[in-house]
Design a binder for this molecule. Sequence first.
Ligand code: GLU
Length: 495
Amino acid sequence: MSDSLPQVRPARVRVAPSPTGDPHVGTAYMSLFNLAYARKTGGKFVLRIEDTDRARYVAGSEKQIFDTLHWLGLDWDEGPDVGGPYAPYRQSERLETYRPYVDQLLASGNAYYCWCSPERLAQMRQAQAASHQANTGYDRMCYGLTREERAKLPGFSPTPVVRMLIPDDVPLSFTDVIRGEVAAPRPDDQVIFKADGFPTYHLAVVVDDHLMGITHVVRGEEWISSTPKHILLYRWLGWEVPAWCHMPLLRNPDKSKISKRKNPAARLLWFQEQGYLPEALRNFLQLMGYPPAEGDTEVRTFDQFVADFDWSKVNTVGPVFDVKKLDWLNGHYIRSMSNRDLVARIFDYIGTYQIDQLPPELAAGKFMQTLIEAVPLIAPRLTLLSEALEKLRFLLVDDAKLQIDPAAAAKVAEDAAAVLPVAIEVLSDLPEFTTEAIQDGLTERLVDQMGLKKKVAFAPIRVGITGSLVSPPLFESMEILGRESSLARLRAFVR
Ligand code: GLU
């Protein structure tokens, strides 16, 4: 037996999102697995922007793709923004690259011009649907005709598209690294070049994956049905076919494909908006690929994930997107973080998403100071960064603007009358206004001397100081507020 590691060829892998709207969580999921495999094999991870579908192009979407993937730490070695040996990495900037291959396929008879107008194609489809025929593909009206011959027939459009001539013996199965032998349906005479001079996805993806030296095509399982077409193009162009790794799609709890329409979590930006940490989401997406091995914990760094990465472990049954698990991971990562780091994250979060909800009178210095002092108090029960502001609000508002929950006030009204005047006296006389001194002073008078239960003694103080019966630790909060504010609040509440 040899203990040397098996030699793996450095992989070149890519993620190839289309900028058609705000980025889908699937883009991050694919990027994660691509990147892990590149790191595992000492290879390269490429980001390519597939923007050939001009009708679906959304300005700004590309930047959101870059920003959200960087946010997740899923950084690429080559891409439109960082360049690389195969630049450009944006398909709209590579248009002159594709045309020669179209001409080659036309010359070899593997492709043909089609002048059918959109109206004619719609009529054809309607007739096919009405006759319930099994073959619903393009009927090859244009195949074998010259432009002049075709122009005499109905439904002629002067700018043609180019279609693949799918042969009868098209191979309908292929070997997938994750799934083994996979069957796919018979393809239609796919359009590979459009009337607007842009290639379609199918041609551009094959040309670019080949020219960019991609060794493993890692993508979602929705592309399985396209793979026979892609394999034909590789063969016709005389190129080596890459390895295929079709990842299972993420599913909603009802097992349907995760979509922006049905599930807000399909949008990558949603996680930022909600206050998830990138490390928690990344860890969560790792778990969506496969659960940890026996004895391993669910909390794993990216480096650990890479170290034992293996395609054979990937579940082929679509993993269900369980936000409760993500919440748990988020809480875990919040609690593993230093206070400084957490303060910075909460500061950034509030600055980006909740700036309008800050008390208008709040000064910047007081905001930062309060975060530094109070974040350790709220961290133990924080699940999302977005929850911090509500928990800290009572410390950020001016005393006069503190909102008292009327239900809480009603509940403690009777005890307050007995407790608060004494508490005010004790707090005024304390030599130092520290957590310990506050707690000891109040406990001595209210609990030990007056014989009140702790709950009876402290609930009215809590409502007066924080406005609510549920709050971060009371004595610590009072220390942060300081003597003057604490007394002002209690005096106002007594009235
Ligand atoms: N542009 C395709 C998409 O948006 C890429 C598919 C692939 O990875 O081949 O999903």
